[in-house]
Design a protein around this ligand. Structure first.
Ligand code: NAP
Length: 486
């Protein structure tokens, strides 16, 4: 099952996706919502089988983790059904001809977002459901009206194949064209598909080296395509002195819980904690971390990457181990909490600001607001930045905010970054290396925008216009007409 897809099958899959593109794009939003709902129902019905497979291949616990993740995955498919029913995602905009337009007379011009074409999705290893075969990238591309070719992650091949079968069968049974969805296996096949001119966009969740290599391929094709890569993130957390005084113990425990959750294998794991000097939380942190059992990591590649990253971090001058738990055996690792000073951090910023994917995190102490701002100033952008503060901190924190908005796509106040809800307002992105496309999100309903391309229709007779742009608004869409929302 983990064997690479053979070249003839890969060619059939790419040809079928290209053939299906027109029909998929022409389906109405209501039809596509029906396909997504059918897919969600089929995956829910197969939950026991899929969760058992995922547990075997990824070592993630069935309950509550994999159960919760599958629930999130099918919720996500259904939520995109609501996006389709709402219609605002199409961005339908009508400007009637206007002889008195201030810059000179304008023609009738109408703009609509249109499916981009077949999308190649590289599944993630660390969310075998929610960021894998039937995950957010697939859901948003299908909702946008694009066929999907899914490059399975080598960490869970059987689960990928089975999820792909169930998803494809449900979509086709609900009326989608045959080539709407297929899974391919093998690293080289991912590259071959990415270079194929029939693929019009790609998305990815994984490592910086892997994502960067694929981004470079996507953008150096003879016909370059958008590549939505979600790569690495350190996710700094800033704790104020007032928050330490008010609830230091709870913060220490919350932090230890967040960075060790799921063996630290979340792209939103808090990898850096900025504490005020003299915080006095050492003992509580030591105890909280010492109580974390060793947990098996997803696979050997990730366990080896974690061991290397941790060794590199531990060797930095001025970085010390504050607490360790559980030991290491095979692919199982305990938690490690490291600590350093602002001076040591600034002296080797390149190493200490790198993501160490797994159950490790680094505490950095700061003397005052100026020092905190200079520490944040050397951070690379990531997905999130968190503040643990009190109401009395508002004036102290305000000047720090620009340093945080520079480095993150999502800012949190008195919460932990692990746990990414799927909603209309969610943003899961950020400037490079968080992503290769900082204007987009891979989670939440806005993820659909990645797979839509705007087309303006100038001067067309009504009957040749796409229905969403016709004069009598037959789909009853929310539209902007002559500059006014309707
Ligand atoms: P990965 O090694 O980047 O692999 C992700 C996908 O890209 C897989 O399908 C892989 O194919 C493919 N790939 C990787 N390098 C490639 C290359 N040079 N050319 C073509 N295809 C390539 O990521 P991973 O296995 O999930 O995890 C490894 C590391 O990624 C972790 O230790 C962690 O640092 C990071 N990670 C980050 C996130 C995040 O959300 N930020 C999530 C997961 C992992 P094969 O599977 O077939 O090899």
């Amino acid at each position: 099952m983990s064997q690479a897809t053979d070249p003839a099958t890969l060619e059939q899959i790419l040809a079928a996706a290209a053939d299906a593109a027109g029909t998929t794009a022409a389906a109405t939003p209501a039809q596509r919502a029906g396909w997504l709902n059918a897919a969600a129902d089929a995956l829910d019905a197969a939950a026991d089988e899929l969760i058992a497979l995922a547990n075997r291949e990824t070592h993630l616990p069935a309950s509550p983790r994999l159960q919760g993740e599958l629930k999130r995955t099918t919720f996500q498919l259904r939520l995109f059904g609501e996006v389709l029913a709402d219609g605002e995602f199409l961005g339908a905009t009508v400007d009637h001809a206007d002889a008195a337009w201030p810059m000179g007379p304008r023609p009738d011009i109408r703009r609509l977002l249109t499916p981009i074409g077949p999308v190649l999705v590289f599944a993630a290893s660390n969310f075998p459901f929610a960021f894998s075969v039937a995950g957010g990238d697939t859901a948003s591309a299908l909702a946008a009206g694009c066929p999907v070719v899914l490059k399975a992650h080598s960490g869970h091949p059987e689960l990928s194949a089975r999820t792909g079968e169930i998803l494809r069968d449900a979509l086709v049974k609900a009326g989608a064209p045959e080539g709407i969805f297929a899974v391919v296996h093998g690293q080289q096949n991912g590259v071959t598909a990415l270079k194929d001119p029939r693929i019009q966009a790609a998305s990815f969740t994984g490592s910086v080296p892997g994502g960067r290599a694929l981004f470079d391929i996507a953008t150096s094709r003879p016909s370059p395509i958008p590549f939505y890569g979600e790569l690495g993130s350190v996710n700094p957390v800033v704790v104020t002195r007032a928050a330490i005084d008010a609830r230091g113990e709870a913060i220490a425990k919350g932090y230890a819980g967040s960075f060790t959750l799921g063996a630290g294998q979340f792209c939103t794991k808090p990898g850096l904690l900025f504490l005020p000097e003299g915080h006095g939380l050492e003992d509580t942190l030591r105890e909280a971390v010492a109580a974390v059992p060793a947990q098996p990591m997803l696979n050997e590649r990730i366990a080896a990457g974690f061991a290397d990253g941790l060794a590199k971090l531990s060797e930095v001058a001025g970085v010390e181990v504050l607490s360790e738990s559980g030991g290491t055996e095979g692919i199982s690792h305990g938690a490690t909490l490291l600590a350093t000073t602002a001076k040591a951090f600034l002296a080797d910023a390149d190493t200490v600001r790198e993501e160490c994917f797994g159950p490790a995190s680094l505490i950095v102490t700061y003397a005052d607001q100026d020092e905190l701002i200079s520490l944040l100033g050397v951070m690379e952008p990531g997905l999130t930045a968190t503040i643990q503060g009190e109401e009395s901190d508002v004036d102290w924190i305000r000047p720090v905010l620009p340093s945080l908005t520079r480095v993150a796509g999502r800012l949190l106040w008195n919460d932990w970054p692990t746990g990414v809800t799927v909603t209309w307002a969610q943003e899961h992105g950020g400037p490079y290396p968080a992503t290769t496309a900082p204007t987009s999100t891979s989670v939440g309903t806005a993820a659909i925008e990645r797979f839509l391309r705007p087309i303006a229709w100038q001067g067309f007779p009504d009957e040749l216009l796409p229905e969403p742009l016709q004069e009598n608004n037959p789909w009853d869409l929310p539209r902007r007409t002559d500059g006014k929302r309707q």
